[in-house]
Design a protein around this ligand. Structure first.
Ligand SMILES: [Zn+2]
Length: 309
C-alpha cells in the first residue's frame, strides 16, 4: 500500500507543465439572436476525492457527475453528450475488468432515456445529438435517440473510424455504429472567438457554437450556448473533469486520464484557465463536475399552472 502511495505521489509530481497564454480581458463576444432554454440530465452523481480527478494530492471532495445537456432550440430538441445508453450495465460487463473497476458499478448509473422520460422529455423527439468527444460515457445513448442526426467534428469522426476493439482508447465503437446512418461531420470554418482559432455555428443563429479544444481526443469540441437569462455557458468536455483542474490549472489524475495527447491537453487547460480569468462572466462547465453542472437547472416536468391547464 505504501509503495502505491509513493508511486502515485511521484506520478502526480511529474505532471507535465501547463503553459498559460495571454488573453486580453475584453468582454465576452456577444452572440446574436435569442438565448435558449438548457437543462441537465444527471445520470450518475457521486462524491469522490479530488486526487481521483486532478493531479493534486488532495482528499477534498470532488462532486462527480456524468450527465447530458438538453438544449431546447426553436428548431428542435438537442442533446450534447448523450451519456449512458440502455445497455450501460452490459457495456461495463464486457469491458476489461480494470476499466469497469475505475468506472464503478452499474447500480449508480441511470441510462439517459430513463432520466429523460422522468423529466417528461421524449428521446424520440431529439432531432440533433452533439458530443464534446466520443468516449464511451459521452455517446453511449446515441442508439436511444433514434431520430437524431449526429454531428461530430471532422477530426473526431476520422479518429473514431480507425478504432476497432470493444473498448478502444476510451471509445466503444458499437455506440457509434448504432448511429452510423445518421452521422455527419462538420468543419470549424467560422470565425475565431474569445481566443479559440475558429468556430462552427450549429444553427447559424448564435445560440449554439462549437469551438475546437483538441487534446483529450483529437477532435474534442467545446460548445458555447447562449442561455435564456442572457448568460453564456461553455461546455468543455473532458479537457478537465473538474472546475478545479481549470482553476489551478492542473492535469487530471495520470492513472486514469486517458488523454490522446497530454501536452495538447495541457495547452487546452492553460487556455481555459486564461479564458476563465479574462471572461469571468462565462459559465465554464467541465463534463464531470456535478457542482458546475448544477449551476444549470435539472430537466424536469414543466410545472402545470392554473393558467396553462
Ligand atoms: Zn468523460
Amino acid at each position: 500500500m505504501r509503495a502505491l502511495v509513493v508511486a502515485a505521489s511521484v506520478l502526480l509530481s511529474c505532471a507535465p507543465p501547463i503553459r498559460v497564454p495571454d488573453l486580453p480581458a475584453t468582454g465576452l463576444t456577444a452572440l446574436p439572436g435569442r438565448g435558449v432554454e438548457v437543462c441537465v440530465l444527471m445520470q450518475e452523481r457521486l462524491v469522490r476525492s479530488r486526487v481521483e480527478g486532478v493531479a493534486e494530492w488532495s482528499f477534498e471532495p470532488w462532486e462527480y457527475g456524468i450527465a447530458s445537456v438538453v438544449v431546447k432550440h426553436p428548431s428542435g430538441l438537442v442533446v450534447i453528450d448523450p451519456a449512458f445508453g440502455r445497455d450501460v450495465a452490459l457495456d461495463l460487463v464486457r469491458a476489461p475488468k480494470l476499466f469497469a473497476v475505475i468506472m464503478g458499478p452499474p447500480r449508480t448509473k441511470t441510462p439517459m432515456h430513463e432520466v429523460m422520460s422522468a423529466a417528461g422529455l421524449d428521446p424520440a423527439e431529439v432531432s440533433l445529438a452533439l458530443a464534446t468527444h466520443v468516449h464511451w460515457d459521452h455517446v453511449g445513448a446515441l442508439g436511444d435517440v433514434p431520430n437524431a442526426r449526429v454531428l461530430l467534428s471532422r477530426p473526431e469522426l476520422e479518429w473514431a473510424r480507425g478504432l476497432r476493439r470493444y473498448l478502444d482508447e476510451g471509445v466503444m465503437p458499437h455506440h457509434l455504429a448504432r448511429a452510423k446512418d445518421r452521422m455527419a461531420s462538420f468543419e470549424f470554418q467560422g470565425p475565431a472567438r474569445d481566443g479559440f482559432p475558429s468556430s462552427f455555428d450549429v444553427f447559424g443563429d448564435g445560440a449554439l457554437v462549437a469551438v475546437p479544444l483538441p487534446g483529450h481526443t483529437p477532435g474534442s469540441t467545446a460548445f458555447f450556448v447562449k442561455l435564456i437569462d442572457g448568460r453564456t455557458a461553455l461546455f468543455t468536455g473532458d479537457a478537465s473533469w473538474t472546475s478545479r483542474g481549470i482553476e489551478a490549472p492542473a492535469h487530471k489524475n495520470p492513472l486514469a486520464r486517458l488523454d490522446s495527447d497530454v501536452p495538447q491537453t495541457g495547452d487546452a487547460l492553460g487556455f481555459l484557465h486564461a479564458l476563465s480569468k479574462a471572461r469571468p462572466e462565462l459559465l465554464i462547465i467541465p463534463a464531470h463536475d456535478a457542482a458546475a453542472l448544477e449551476r444549470l437547472p435539472a430537466c424536469g416536468p414543466t410545472t402545470v399552472t392554473a393558467s396553462t391547464r
